[in-house]
Design a protein. Structure first.
Length: 365
């Protein structure tokens, strides 16, 4: 078992800086949990607390039912993969992978069996006699994973392990890490600022900002039902479009109104916000939630002047000026668009997001 629980955990450094505030988090046994957020949000601090590299200032950290606040790192049965790989440059790949087992005085034949088994699974058997400076970035990453694997830990901790790789290699390594988790059936806790990694790998994502949890949920829930504007803006490429406006009641229909733009709210949202006409809100609309073919006036269309056209392979990004604001939308590549022309887009109303203008919280319910 490797269930990890944070109960009202905070971390404050001697200089007064609070890196983590009142964290409540329950990580299930064998779960792949991703801590996602910008630099300084507290995600690495959270990971280091699990590893025992950072002390808990307030609250309790549990492994199953045991309080771990004062348990030293070497007694926690965790293995960590760092951003820098932290390989010994003067040792072979074999010796790098075997090092932790030798330090724990495992029998020589068991060390050899574990090292070679890990090397087979990671497809690095031909590299066992090489040194790290003879390896590519992806190969060094596999060695770092192998060193963690042979420990057979209860918990794998990964701190931005793919950030030093190029984009193509990152994609293939994500798949390998996902397969590794499925094969080992061990708890993984993974830190990243890369939304694509989080959405690809996680069973659940914890979105963090300034030491506080913003939302916890599955990748679909986080993306489709963001709790606030920060979460909505942190996931999505390009970032979600925001437009300030207000709720309006017109012809028996509740809608979002900004100048000439009026979008009907879907029925479930209209019911929830009934009687709140005049409330200041922020509309959130993702780039992919439109299609060409809107009409000049209608409750599901928006108009905008084309500022730029950006081909991106199978699609095009259109930068439009909508009610005085720049907005990005993704449309099919078959359309012909010219800078300076006006474009009409039909909006998928069921995918609208609405946020309160004052506190940025979702109004979706």
């Amino acid at each position: 078992m490797a269930r990890i629980r944070f109960e009202a955990v905070s971390k404050q450094y001697p200089n007064g800086y609070v890196a983590l505030k009142d964290l409540h988090l329950d990580i299930g046994d064998k779960e792949f949990l991703v801590l996602l957020g910008p630099s300084g949000c507290g995600k690495s601090t959270t990971l280091n607390m699990i590893a025992g590299l950072e002390d808990v200032t307030e609250g309790n950290l549990y492994f199953d039912d045991a309080v771990m606040n004062t348990v030293p790192p070497h007694k926690r049965d965790v293995a960590m993969v760092f951003q820098s790989y932290a390989l010994y440059p003067n040792k072979s790949v074999y010796e790098n992978i075997a090092f932790g087992l030798r330090m724990r005085k495992h029998p020589k034949d068991e060390i050899d069996r574990r090292v070679r088994d890990a090397a087979r699974r990671l497809e690095i058997v031909p590299l066992l006699d090489r040194r790290p400076d003879q390896l590519s970035g992806g190969q060094r990453q596999r060695v770092a994973l192998g060193r963690a694997m042979v420990r057979q830990p209860q918990v794998f901790l990964m701190d931005e392990p793919l950030s030093n790789l190029d984009a193509t290699l990152r994609i293939s390594m994500r798949a390998e890490i996902k397969q590794l988790h499925q094969a080992m059936q061990t708890t993984f806790v993974y830190v990243t600022h890369d939304q694509a990694e989080a959405l690809t790998l996680a069973d659940r994502i914890v979105v963090m900002r300034l030491g506080l949890v913003q939302q916890i949920g599955t990748p679909d829930a986080i993306y489709e039902r963001p709790a606030n504007m920060f979460v909505a803006s942190f996931l999505g490429n390009p970032s979600i479009n925001f437009l300030e406006g207000q709720l309006a009641q017109e012809n028996g229909q509740l809608l979002f109104r900004r100048g000439a733009l009026g979008l009907n709210l879907p029925p479930h949202m209209a019911r929830r916000l009934a009687g709140q006409a005049g409330r200041a809100v922020v509309l959130g609309l993702r780039a992919e939630d439109v299609e060409m073919g809107g009409v000049q006036s209608g409750g599901d269309s928006l108009q905008g002047r084309i500022l730029s056209v950006l081909p991106v392979g199978s699609d095009q990004f259109l930068e439009l000026e909508v009610e005085g604001e720049k907005q990005f939308f993704r449309v099919g590549k078959e359309g012909q668009y010219k800078v300076g022309d006006n474009a009409a887009l039909r909006v998928n109303l069921n995918r609208l997001h609405l946020f309160d203008k004052q506190d940025s919280q979702s109004l979706a319910g």
